[in-house]
Design a protein around this ligand. Sequence first.
Ligand SMILES: [Zn+2]
Length: 157
Amino acid sequence: MLKVNLRHLEEHGIRLKGELPVAELDLDLNDDLIRVEKPLRYNLSVELLNDAVLVTGSLALPLNCECARCLKKFSTDLKLANWALHLPLEGEDKVSVDNDCVDLTPFVREDILLDFPQHPLCKPECAGLKSKTARKPKALEKQDLDVWAKLDKLKIK
Ligand SMILES: [Zn+2]
């Protein structure tokens, strides 16, 4: 569990660094193209404000994807590099505290899902399966090179 003990924050902020197993992240995915098999990595700093907990840092989740266009398998990291979470301890939106502990897991899960790729692509410009038959501009390049080669010969003479 990715939990913060508020008592540990009373004197100074803490650093949370580690991995959260896929089972605990419990993403409940229904996606044929993306599989999550490796743990989420987190590197967070947590501090206690007057009436809130502030969490900032980075999250990275390795994804095993299948390209939505060309069906090639590839791996990528879903990264939230400047993740920030403000959890009020007072008022209507206050976060639930259990034995002085706040569970960050649901907030991590929510933001990971918000950032989840809808159509994974092996590369942004992937042309898909038809790319093999696509016209290649090589003929043109060769012609250009020939012209230069001829010019070079002219200069030598
Ligand atoms: Zn592709």
